[in-house]
Design a protein. Structure first.
Length: 734
């Protein structure tokens, strides 16, 4: 049983004398680029990746890292190489005596829990749809980083795959810098493999391949003779470049497998007239120009000054006076912080810490607050003071991540970050759990037995049940017994002494066989009370017994919790649906956006935003990534939370059963295989990450500037009246 902590706990304030530069991109991870190369790159080797031995696997992964580093630096002609890389072994290697020579103290280092679950490159078994192809899915705007790179192990071990380093350099450009592919796919309406265009010197049309190759047409051939004539050419035509093209050295985003391909295209040799993804989403920018816009290539950053204040149970004191941070000082400070012990005390003392942090901010310093406190009596006063003085505070909160944390309001000019206080082993992925049931238990003095049902759509290895007050200030659950009744009639009782705390959690697991699929029932018994009892929330989660469980991941534009400037772009909301790692198409996905009031005490539903996988806002249709935009914020709130619901009940949701041998990131759609699979059914719920805006609207005018229309389409044409109906997607405004 886990008790929610409402005391002060421990508190650390880090004050940094550094004004961070404002950038238009969204960073992809904790990685930084310094004069010593990329730092803090994390590569994870997943279970069952198919290596003959741990030593062979490690050597293969190291070779991949070296090749990627060399190829990317060569392609960009800059010292952008991998300088510091951490490799996470699968848990089975740790238990294997043959791998023990690799586990020396010199090789082993600790990673924060959050970082270990956000590897930049994941070495995996072959993908069930994309096979051996490495890929980083892209879902957002130009310069918006992609999802982590998946590298199937057969890609690394195969002797027939060419240009592995160059292929990985392209994926790093997808992932780190939000660069899109150049080239096209046959039968693709937006990014075709070939297209018809008029010659400037006559009215004749010619067929051109969709390539980016040093402003030259590479040697090669069309897929059929019909493509040679403009009268017979159609959308299925594809130009296949020869692997041997000695005069073609760019662009990697077109064909990294060509023999002499080694550079990204530049402003001087980029063809911005072709209908590629890069041209479509990035306008006239070349791949190199997109990359150079990232703050990685601004090395002129002022030195970082750091001071540390701590709470010792009685008052807030200075642990470290302001000092210039370098690698040696950083290590010493980390040891000092590591020696700090958890202490309790009055939450009102948190005001002393906020006063000290605000005084640090007066001198232009950023402030990082590490705490477990959730609320205290003078919170509203400090929220107003931090807002009036524009205190740049960053909150790292240690507590139950699904609980509303009121002090997040202090970070309107900073960021909020949450670290769960219940941490399982690293093998339990942050997304290995899928929630199956969320309901509000309404209590009264007479109705003390609560019943309900939920549907488990795949066998589970265990269930996690959480019951807690919606009002965090309440103490007693007044709980007597919780009963789960399986589809086969088997009854599981959770008997425990009366729970007086505000949070109950327990797990149910079966040792001999998985918990069965089907309709489950629950019964909850509470104590009688003379007064009406407050409402409670019940969450039931399931961990899959195999890979076939439907998984829902969610995120938004603020990948690293930075406040968003709504005047520059709307807030992107994203969800990824997969089953056995295969994308799910045709599901109903909705994001419910809640806005906090000025005091932060209550939230109200602002909008229900449907998310769609149609290839415009999220780049590629059929990849299982559903996208939408919040285009109208509240005129009084900076802080927002998002709740996602995905279901396929009475819908046409499908999981493709076939393989797709093409590069999944080049076209606007990943085609469905033939025959079309049968529809599936499921329900999923997810508390998505919250976000904050830097400003609120002050009038009724649109804040988002006009955007370039990129998908103008003729919907219909009436030849008698010579009238055309045009359609387009205004994805950045309504």
């Amino acid at each position: 049983m886990d008790e929610r902590n409402t005391g002060l706990g421990f508190l650390v304030i880090l004050a940094l004398a550094l004004v961070l530069p404002a950038t238009s991109h969204v960073t992809s991870s904790y990685v930084t680029l310094t004069r010593d190369g990329y730092q803090n790159v994390v590569v994870s080797i997943e279970e069952n990746s198919g290596f003959a031995s741990c030593q062979k696997g490690l050597d293969t992964v190291k070779e991949m890292i070296r090749n990627t580093s060399k190829s990317f630096a060569q392609a960009l002609e800059r010292p952008a190489y991998f300088g510091n890389v951490t490799i996470i072994f699968p848990d089975s290697w740790v238990a294997d005596p043959l791998c023990s020579p690799l586990m020396t103290s010199a090789n082993v280092s600790d990673l924060p829990w959050a970082r270990s679950h956000r590897a930049d490159i994941r070495v995996t078994p072959d993908h069930p749809v994309f096979g051996w192809q490495p890929h980083s899915f892209q879902y957002g705007l130009c310069q918006q980083s992609g999802l982590p790179i998946n590298v199937p192990s057969s890609f690394l071990t195969s002797d027939t795959v060419l240009a592995k380093g160059m292929r990985m350099a392209r994926e790093w450009a997808h992932y780190r810098y939000g660069v899109f592919d150049e080239g096209g796919m046959p039968s693709d309406q937006r990014h075709p493999a070939g297209y018809l265009t008029y010659q400037t010197e006559s009215s004749d049309k010619i067929m051109r391949p969709n390539t980016c190759s040093d402003l030259k047409t590479p040697s090669g051939s069309w897929s059929s003779e019909n493509c040679q004539s403009t009268s017979t050419a159609d959308s299925t035509c594809e130009f296949v470049a020869d692997v041997y093209n000695p005069d073609i050295r760019s662009s990697l985003m077109y064909r990294p497998d060509l023999d002499h391909m080694e550079k990204f295209c530049t402003k001087e040799n980029h063809d911005d007239s072709v209908p590629s993804k890069l041209s479509y989403h990035c306008g006239r920018l070349s791949a190199s120009e997109v990359i150079y816009k990232h703050s990685d290539f601004n090395f002129f950053v002022d030195p970082i000054w750091l001071s540390v204040d701590v709470y010792n149970g009685y008052n807030v004191t200075e642990l470290q006076p302001p000092i210039v941070l370098d690698s040696d000082i950083k290590i010493d400070l980390l040891f000092k912080i590591d020696d700090l012990e958890y202490v309790g005390g009055s939450s009102d003392k948190f005001g002393d810490a906020l006063s000290r942090a605000q005084s640090r901010a007066y001198s232009g310093q950023d402030v990082i607050i590490l705490t477990a406190v959730q609320t205290f009596s003078s919170l509203s006063t400090w929220v107003k003071s931090y807002e009036d003085n524009k205190v740049n505070a960053h909150l790292v909160h240690f507590g139950v991540s699904t609980t509303k944390v009121d002090i997040a309001q202090l970070t309107r000019y900073g960021s909020s970050n949450f670290v769960p206080n219940v941490i399982n082993n690293r093998a339990m992925s942050a997304y290995s759990w899928a929630i199956f049931e969320q309901s509000v238990i309404h209590n009264s003095s007479t109705d003390v037995n609560k019943t309900g049902t939920f549907y488990l759509d795949s066998p589970a290895s265990r269930l996690l049940v959480s019951l807690y007050h919606l009002d965090a200030n309440r103490d007693a659950l007044n709980f007597q017994k919780f009963t789960l009744i399986q589809p086969n009639g088997l009854i599981n009782d959770q008997l425990t002494p009366i729970i007086i705390e505000d949070f109950l959690t327990f797990t149910l697991e079966s040792v001999l066989e998985p918990l069965p699929q089907g309709l489950w029932r629950f019964e909850i018994s509470f104590l009688k009370s003379l007064d009406p009892l407050p409402d409670k929330r019940l969450d039931i989660w399931a961990e899959s017994a195999n890979l076939f469980q439907t998984q829902l991941k969610t995120w938004n534009s603020a990948l690293d919790n930075q406040p968003l400037d709504f005047t520059q772009a709307p807030v992107g909301l994203y969800a990824q649906l997969t089953q056995n790692n295969k994308p799910i198409r045709g599901a109903n996905v909705t994001a419910f956006v809640y806005a906090s009031d000025s005091t932060g005490s209550t939230s109200s539903l602002l909008a229900e935003i449907p998310l769609i996988d149609e290839g415009i806002s999220d780049v590629t249709s059929g990849d299982g990534i559903y996208s939408g935009f919040m285009t109208k914020p509240s005129n009084s709130s900076f802080s927002y939370s998002v709740y996602y619901r995905a279901n396929a009940v009475n819908s046409w949701a499908q999981v493709d059963k076939g393989m797709y041998s093409r590069q999944p990131t080049t076209g606007s759609v990943i085609p469905m295989s033939d025959p079309v699979p049968a529809a599936i059914q499921f329900n999923r719920f997810e508390y998505g990450p919250s976000f904050q805006l830097t400003t609120v609207p002050t009038n009724g005018f649109d804040q988002i500037p006009p955007q370039r229309i990129t998908d103008l389409t003729i919907l219909s044409y009436d030849s008698s009246s010579r009238t055309a109906v045009l359609g387009w997607t205004a994805s950045k405004d309504n």
